[in-house]
Ligand binder design. Structure first.
Ligand code: SF4
Ligand code: FE
Length: 483
């Protein structure tokens, strides 16, 4: 089977044996739970669109390993064209889900582990790359969703992993034998783990010799014995328990974040891709972060498209659309959004081939892309809130709209232009609220700040990649300074 259908994907997640805690309770039906379900629908969309002829070019690729057609989320980029198609695919999915569709972390993880294990084997004589390729062939064949797991909980940020008072602040090896290793620790805010089949764990920072036990990369089934999840809350999440379609803003789709705990999990050697090679931890982190910073030039832009559309509709619905300042705000939002897309495309177009044959983005431009993402979506949100007006945060509930007496009052007094119902006006207000303040704000607004690394992480990379010495030399040459 090369491409799973959406239904087959849903069934495969239903058959997992996850251990999940949500609001203090253990959850048995993670597929149909109203708080989780929208996040599954978003990942399911990555399967559904791959079967649509009009999206085939973006959503699928030909595996260079098997020659088979595979979902692009399981593909290793073989050209700059592949890198650009990845970004366009993410924009498409952002437009169709208005949320985080989660599957990119695995795609970015496989691409970074591929080139890193290849170069590690070349230098150290290890055989991690072959193990990784065997894993990837299975992923492609079964069209699996992989959760790339990087962010450790980190404890005291001023101390390296081996100096932490509690050794579990970074995922680490606690036992080694001839069959494999046992790992312990936790990964924070893991995107889409409970909608994934496998976890691909990676180290979270560059490491020194004394941190060798923490220089660790491996795969395991997402429901492996010893792994459990504590589901992360999202703003306004309990509205999903009310059963309506208006107040949630986006009732079909959503994102998902959870704390992933490894409580002495056994990993056989064939699933280990780094174990103690601390000098390659930094390379893996840098490449994964680079790919995921590129990703935001696609997904956030797609969600931004929906937010711009929602703001424009809010103006249409209250009769303000022709005001010149409204038009100008929509132009500004578009300008900002397309600038982000330009960054995603630029770091892809300027990508290059690594030793394994897999293409890597231009790291400087990918970091510039993400640095802009930490700012522009906030301005886009500000302008959307400006255009939407105060009603997006003072609006009565869906139950009031459905109430036979109160509903009539709301229909009368919340009317904007003549041919638009007050309920439709409410739907757009709630969508703006969802994207700027509600559950989707996790995946759009705040994730723009911290996802794929907080702003300072990009500034460090920009400083490292910016080549200031070369720029000084240019200035000296022009100014006629000899030394
Ligand atoms: Fe994909 Fe964007 Fe979600 Fe990251 S934040 S997993 S790039 S949709
Ligand atoms: Fe993310």
């Amino acid at each position: 089977m090369a491409l799973k259908t959406g239904e087959q994907y849903e069934e495969s997640i239903r058959n997992m044996k996850f251990k999940i805690y949500l609001m203090g309770e253990k959850i048995d039906n993670w597929v149909d739970h109203p708080i989780i379900r929208p996040s599954l629908n978003s990942v399911k969309k990555t399967y559904e669109l791959a079967h649509k002829p009009e999206y085939e070019d973006l959503m699928t690729a030909t595996s260079h390993l098997t020659g088979e057609k595979v979902n692009r989320f399981t593909h290793l980029h073989q050209s700059t064209d592949d890198l650009m198609k990845k970004v366009k695919m993410q924009r498409l999915l952002g437009q169709q889900t208005a949320s985080c569709f989660q599957r990119c972390v695995g795609m970015d993880a496989i691409n970074s582990v591929d080139s890193t294990t290849y170069e590690m084997d070349q230098k150290l004589g290890t055989n991690y790359h072959e193990r990784f390729i065997n894993f990837l062939k299975m992923v492609q064949k079964e069209d699996l969703t992989v959760d790339g797991a990087m962010t450790d909980v980190k404890g005291d940020r001023s101390l390296p992993p081996h100096k932490q008072a509690d050794p579990d602040m970074y995922v680490h090896v606690v036992e080694k034998n001839d069959k494999g290793i046992v790992v312990r620790g936790a990964k924070a805010h893991q995107t889409g783990a409970i909608n994934s089949h496998w976890i691909l764990a990676m180290p979270t920072i560059s490491m020194g010799k004394e941190d060798a036990d923490y220089a660790l990369s491996f795969v395991c089934p997402a429901d492996e014995e010893g792994i459990f999840y504590i589901y992360g809350r999202q703003s306004c999440d309990t509205r999903k328990l009310e059963g309506g379609t208006i107040d949630v803003g986006n009732y079909n789709y959503g994102g998902q974040e959870a704390l992933m705990v490894f409580d002495n999990v056994f990993i056989p050697w064939e699933n280990v891709f780094m174990c103690g090679e601390y000098e390659f931890a930094g390379m893996l982190v840098e490449r994964f972060a680079g790919y995921h910073r590129q990703s935001y030039g696609g997904c956030k832009v797609g969600v931004g498209d929906v937010l711009i559309g929602a703001a424009a509709l809010a103006a249409d619905y209250n009769g303000a659309a022709k005001a010149s300042h409204i038009k100008d705000k929509l132009i500004e939002m578009t300008h900002l959004n397309e600038t982000l897309f330009s960054c995603g495309i630029a770091c892809s177009a300027q990508g290059h081939k690594t030793a394994s044959g897999t293409y890597l983005i231009d790291l400087l431009l990918a970091n510039v892309c993400k640095q802009n993402i930490t700012r522009f979506p906030y301005e886009i949100c500000r302008l959307a809130e400006d255009i939407a007006g105060g009603m997006m945060v003072t609006l009565a509930s869906e139950k009031d709209f459905k109430n036979p007496e109160i509903g009539k009052v709301l229909e009368k007094y919340l009317k904007g232009v003549e041919n638009i119902s007050s309920e439709d006006r409410a739907r757009i207000m709630r969508l703006v609220e969802n994207l700027t303040l509600g559950t989707a704000a996790v995946g759009y607004r705040t994730e723009s700040m911290h996802g794929a690394g907080s702003p300072q992480a990009q500034r460090i990379m920009i400083a490292r990649q910016g080549n200031l010495d070369e720029k000084k030399k240019m200035a000296k040459d022009i100014a006629g300074i000899k030394k």
